[in-house]
Design a protein around this ligand. Structure first.
Ligand SMILES: O=c1ccn([C@H]2C[C@H](O)[C@@H](COP(=O)(O)OP(=O)(O)OP(=O)(O)O)O2)c(=O)[nH]1
Ligand SMILES: [Mg+2]
Length: 149
């Protein structure tokens, strides 16, 4: 098990911690840490950076991905604009969720609403080397449908 530690900021007090909603869920739901009396109104086409009130720490060699919740996308057209958002292991700022409303109606983000989910994933890091030539392959330069439909 990979450990995620988090600090809860003042505006996140009282909200549920990120947690898996089922035994083998891949994502933990994230709650909106907007003020009770100041929900965020997302008009059609609008986007907003929604605070979670959380600062995370997880091991180097992992990332956290911010992904949409399919129910919100299906019912309201509300999704994560930069999905999957990338949270770096060395980031110590507040985790934020960039929501966009692709639906036709206003969408209200209330305090505690589960707006997105967080998936922890191992990441490979590469050493980058410039060179004059690369190993040949059968595919070569073929791409973008070159193998047929
Ligand atoms: O949905 C997101 C995406 C990113 N971040 C935070 C954590 C991440 O480590 C940092 C930088 O994200 P990214 O590299 O995607 O953004 P950038 O535009 O390249 O910013 P930077 O120049 O700070 O890397 O912003 C979030 O809180 N939510
Ligand atoms: Mg970056």
């Amino acid at each position: 098990m990979t450990e995620i530690r988090f600090v809860r900021l003042a505006h996140g007090q009282g909200l549920p911690a990120p947690r898996y909603e089922s035994e083998a869920a891949a994502g933990m739901d994230l709650a909106a840490a907007v003020p009770e009396d100041a929900p965020i109104m997302l008009a059609p086409g609008a986007r907003a950076l929604v605070p979670t009130g959380l600062v995370l720490q997880f091991p180097v060699g992992f990332e956290a991905q911010v992904r949409p919740r399919s129910g919100l996308a299906f019912r309201h057209g509300v999704t994560v604009l930069n999905a999957p958002g990338t949270i770096d292991a060395d980031y110590r700022g507040e985790l934020k969720v960039l929501l966009v409303n692709l639906g036709e109606e206003d969408f209200l983000v209330s305090r505690g609403a589960r707006i997105a989910q967080l998936v922890v994933a191992a990441v490979a890091r590469a050493e980058v080397t410039e060179t004059d030539a690369l190993d040949p392959t059968t595919r070569g330069e073929g791409g973008f449908g070159s193998t047929g439909r």
